[in-house]
Design a protein around this ligand. Structure first.
Ligand SMILES: Nc1ncnc2c1ncn2[C@@H]1O[C@H](COP(=O)(O)OP(=O)(O)OP(=O)(O)O)[C@@H](O)[C@H]1O
Ligand SMILES: [Mg+2]
Length: 211
């Protein structure tokens, strides 16, 4: 099962790190090998793993990578599992190499106007890098729990980004806060853990995507 995923695109604050973190934990829970290349200078997932070291949970395999040669070596290393690359919210050569290397680029989308603009700019990068559009899949993130008009939200970008995942991640405080304790939402022991079910759905959808 060799598959490489990027959650997000080069725009700040769309949920790249928080979702990479939660998905990596959810997939590792299924006894599937997971590794993460954290190539953002903020090192969100890399440091979250340091917080995890004081919990009783198994650490994630997260490497902090800052140059092209190291990323190439990381990606070429023998690894039979799922690789996530947590990219930064800006356009760099390193991010471009990551985008070109990914089997799937999964775009969290909340229909915020700045995201629509960000996706237009990303369209130019996709064109320049000649990335096949079928590798790019959008899923809804940070959608309010009351929002039902999913098709209307999708419509706004479906001409430019025609491929969608079915899973929807709602805006949820457990998703926001659990990383601060080194945990994923799937590990929270609470009743009615809606975020857990949503992250598990997305994880399963990802595992079953073609690599
Ligand atoms: N489904 C969600 N529910 C609640 N909060 C969310 C959700 N998705 C993202 N967020 C919040 O949005 C903010 C940005 O998320 P995150 O840091 O993962 O984005 P990013 O794309 O990695 O940003 P950057 O480009 O700065 O690396 C965080 O506060 C995060 O907790
Ligand atoms: Mg980030």
């Amino acid at each position: 099962m060799k598959k490489t995923f990027i959650i997000g695109y080069p725009k700040g604050g769309v949920g790249k790190s928080i979702l990479t973190w939660n998905l990596a934990i959810a997939i590792q829970q299924q006894n599937i090998k997971v590794r993460v290349a954290d190539i953002d200078f903020q090192q969100t997932t890399f440091f979250a793993n340091k917080l995890r070291a004081v919990t009783d949970k198994e650490l994630l395999n997260i490497e902090s990578i800052h140059d092209i040669q190291d990323l190439e070596e990381f990606l070429n290393a023998d690894f039979d599992g799922i690789t996530f690359i947590d990219i930064g919210g800006y356009d760099t050569e390193l991010n471009r190499l990551a985008l070109q290397s990914a089997d799937n680029i999964l775009i969290p989308y909340s229909s915020d106007p700045t995201e629509i603009i960000g996706l237009l700019t990303f369209g130019k990068i996709i064109e320049q890098l000649e990335i096949d559009m079928s590798k790019i899949k959008v899923f809804l993130n940070q959608i309010h729990s009351n929002t039902k008009k999913i098709e209307i939200i999708k419509e706004k970008i479906s001409k430019s980004y025609p491929f969608f995942l079915n899973s929807i991640i709602r805006r949820n405080n457990d998703i926001k806060l659990s990383i601060g304790n080194g945990l994923g939402v799937v590990e929270l022991t609470k009743k009615n853990n809606k975020a857990k079910l949503q992250i598990e759905d997305l994880a399963n959808e990802i595992i079953n995507l073609k690599g």
